[in-house]
Design a protein around this ligand. Structure first.
Ligand code: GLA
Length: 381
């Protein structure tokens, strides 16, 4: 059954009436620009076909009521004007955090019922939480009859992560899922949120393979990497590493670890610029080289990869050859790997991964192929 239909039916089952509407917000895979968004850098994520659906309709009184269809139909209910944090962090933290941020600007109100369902595995590195938050925001705004900008929705979703889930994430995921277009990458400048879609050539496929290692950003590694970057910027007396150059990094003001973190950020921002050029020139060989360089830097300089992820990336790179490439994607420490390859090669690569990669602890192998397709086939000839 489709996600939209499942969500609509779940709403009707939970509340005994049909919803007024259903919104869908995708997840994202990041193609280039990892761990640079909170350094005010450039990023290149792409929305994916999996995502979150939220059905909405009127409720009684001043309460906001919600049901999580995928979590045993767990419920939450509160007054949006008086929201209290939920501990430990779970889906209610995201619901309450997003609602609180939007209620402040009059974009969320009570007397609303929501039913939430999704098709992105949590902890897979594909932005399930940003997708949930932005979808809740869109549904609340629709129920309030209010217009919202993608920036307002993205900021509300980010504040749910910062203030309600304790993850000091950047703004990439929220902007990618709120502003991205299917089949295109989104070039986003995290310094001022300027963005534009970069259509992906129709001959390229984006393959996402789950390593089977569950990742969690709430365990502190992520926030520590951010602190390392902030320390590097302070040492250079810069507001952020966005403004640092390779020459700045020769400075003896750094300890070796901070120097490695900063080097990754400076190089990765440059790789995003080069990746956009490679897409626009349909140069999959150049794009593949950038992906391999990005992975090596995340593994050796930023140290956010993991042994199974490295094994999977190596296997993909070896199988794909030089027409494309693979890297880890998202926050790291497990989760998904992304590969860009010619569409014509997907069956061969998929078969090889299925034969030679076994996710740890018996997790099932999950491979998704996102077709780009906004540009008609033939564009790259
Ligand atoms: C997570 C965060 C993002 C970003 C990535 C790493 O997905 O939510 O803000 O920092 O990690 O690029």
């Amino acid at each position: 059954m489709s996600l939209l239909r499942r969500t609509r039916e779940g709403y009707a089952r939970a509340y005994g009436v049909e919803p007024d509407g259903v919104v869908f917000v995708p997840g994202r895979v990041n193609l280039m620009g990892e761990h640079v968004d909170y350094n005010e850098g450039l990023v290149l994520p792409m929305p994916i076909s999996a995502g979150t659906a939220v059905a909405w309709g009127p409720g009684d009184g001043h309460l906001l009521e919600a049901v999580a269809l995928d979590l045993d139909e767990a419920r939450d209910s509160f007054d949006p004007g008086k929201v209290a944090p939920h501990q430990p962090v779970d889906w209610r933290s995201y619901l309450r955090g997003t609602t609180a941020a939007l209620a402040e600007s009059g974009l969320a109100r009570g007397g609303v019922r929501l039913a939430i369902a999704g098709s992105i595995a949590r902890g897979s590195g594909l932005s399930s939480s940003a997708s949930v938050c932005v979808a809740i925001g869109r549904a609340l705004a629709a129920a309030a009859g209010a217009e919202t900008s993608v920036e307002t929705l993205a900021r509300a979703a980010q504040s749910a992560e910062h203030d309600w889930a304790g993850v000091r994430c950047g703004i990439m995921d929220q902007m990618a899922v709120a502003a991205g277009e299917a089949g295109s990458a989104l070039l986003l400048d995290c310094a001022d949120l300027a963005h534009r879609n970069v259509p992906m050539p129709g001959e390229w496929a984006v393959m996402i393979v789950q390593s089977g290692v569950r990742r969690g950003l709430v365990d502190g590694h992520y926030n520590r990497r951010r602190e390392d970057c902030e320390a590097a910027a302070r040492a250079l007396r810069l507001p952020s590493l966005r403004l640092a150059t390779v020459e700045d990094l020769q400075s003896d003001r750094f300890d070796p670890v901070t120097a490695r973190r900063a080097r990754h950020v400076v190089d990765e921002i440059d790789r995003v610029r080069q990746a956009v050029t490679a897409i626009e020139r349909c140069d999959i060989v150049a794009f593949g080289e950038l992906m391999r360089a990005s992975h090596a830097s995340l593994r050796d300089q930023f140290e956010v990869s993991e042994a199974n992820v490295d094994r999977l990336v190596d296997l993909l790179n070896e199988t794909i050859g030089n027409h494309g490439g693979a890297r880890m994607t998202g926050g790291g420490f497990g989760g998904a790997v992304v590969a860009v390859l010619p569409l014509s090669q997907t069956a061969r690569v998929r078969a090889r991964i299925a034969a030679d990669y076994a996710p740890p602890s018996g997790a099932p192998l999950e491979i998704m192929v996102e077709q780009t397709g906004r540009v008609l086939a033939g564009e790259c000839e």
